[in-house]
Design a binder for this molecule. Structure first.
Ligand code: MRU
Length: 375
């Protein structure tokens, strides 16, 4: 079957199911985020009141996902400037937020966007302008992800497959990782809304299980058929012909098209290439680091070994518990991201269209960005 039909203004999700990951509470003047460390068991919003709570939310991964980290940091800087708009505080608050997570470049991009908007202003005006800039970045993220969905949908429609389209994804690149829509999941949601039968293989994503805890939860809420699989089973599924394409996000994309994403992405790209399966990476412009010549220049976050050596779930009474998996003196190494070389990427799907993952492809994207507004 070839999916060619153009979608009729997709409804995305029913009003009841539709959520966003970060919202501005105009009444209280405070940002609220979903605490993603509680999912999938508890849907809990928490208020980010001050710079400490913003830094805590990002570093402990109450909010995570490259685009959402950036938007959260933008609001965090605005909040900090509303308390103290001095240039010294602008620099200190930016530095604190920037240090929360090293790999996702959206963090730096968002902080620089806010700083650039306020730097030359009278300090008395900085708080208000910073907040307006953060709101604009949030709105821009939603629009960009929706366009990524449209461009990714076109790629999905071009795939030949006999039954439901089987898409494999890794980690969480859905609306929980952005504000709405997501990056890799945006085309999935648009395909589902257009009546295209899709099924998603959700790679569990050890050690923090973002696939099982977040992606499966998101897809189930939206009524998209999905199945969680252990990370190690993905190669076998591809070899068996059960995967029509792999679709993942990116935390930082280098100028040569190398892509840095959640640890385990590289292995999927290798398996996809070995089995002649398209491997698509969906990302907004804000994820491209034009200063990184290649993936070798991208800093890889190393997280606590406890994430590998323990697993967290609910006990028999429904209380969250961390369980030790290994002997007490076991050492673990926990790099959170890996680099997939550009030659393994079939296409980069952006809000500006789809591009070859190469220096030439990114050059064309850059020329398009500077010559026109997003299409
Ligand atoms: O460590 P996380 O959960 O922040 O990692 C998130 C990812 O790796 C996503 O795939 C990436 O941010 C792209 S999301 C739109």
């Amino acid at each position: 079957m070839k999916y060619r039909s153009a979608p009729e203004a997709p409804a995305f999700l029913s009003p009841i199911a539709k959520l966003c990951s970060l919202r501005w509470n105009a009444a209280s003047g405070v940002v609220e985020v979903i605490d993603q460390t509680r999912l999938p068991h508890t849907l809990r919003w928490c208020e980010l009141q001050d710079l400490d709570s913003y830094c805590h939310a990002i570093s402990t991964m109450q909010v995570r996902g490259a685009p959402l980290i950036g938007i959260t940091a933008a609001f965090g800087l605005a909040q900090a400037l509303s308390m103290d708009p001095s240039t010294e505080h602008l620099q200190a608050a930016s530095a604190r937020l920037l240090a929360t997570r090293p790999t996702a470049v959206n963090l730096r991009w968002a902080l620089e966007s806010v700083a650039a908007a306020v730097r030359e202003l009278d300090p008395a005006d900085r708080g208000e302008v910073a907040l307006a800039t953060a709101q604009q970045l949030r709105a821009r993220d939603i629009a960009s992800c929706s366009r990524i969905g449209d461009h990714g949908l076109a790629l999905l429609q071009a795939l030949e497959c006999a039954g439901p389209l089987n898409i494999m994804t890794h980690c969480n690149a859905g609306w929980l990782a952005t504000v709405e829509w997501g990056t890799a999941l945006a085309p999935v949601y648009k395909a589902h809304a257009a009546g295209i039968p899709v099924h998603v293989w959700v790679s569990e994503t050890r050690p923090r299980n973002q696939g099982m805890n977040l992606t499966a939860w998101e897809l189930q809420r939206a009524g998209v058929p999905c199945t969680v699989v252990a990370d190690n089973s993905c190669g076998q599924l591809m070899r068996r012909g059960a995967v029509d394409c792999v679709l993942v996000g990116s935390d930082r994309t280098a100028a040569n098209g190398d892509v840095c994403n959640k640890i385990g992405t590289y292995l999927k790209a290798l398996a996809a290439r070995a089995n002649d399966i398209p491997f698509y990476v969906a990302l907004p412009e804000s994820t491209i680091d034009w200063h990184c010549a290649s993936g070798d220049d991208i800093p890889i976050e190393e997280r606590d070994q406890a994430e590998v050596l323990t697993v967290t779930g609910l006990d028999h009474a429904g209380r969250p518990q961390a369980l030790a998996l290994a002997a007490g003196d076991t050492l673990a190494h926990n790099p959170a991201f890996d680099v997939t070389p550009a030659e393994l990427v079939t296409a980069l799907v952006t809000e500006h269209g789809s591009f070859e993952a190469s220096a030439a492809g990114l050059g064309r994207l850059r020329a398009q960005i500077f010559s026109s507004s997003p299409t």
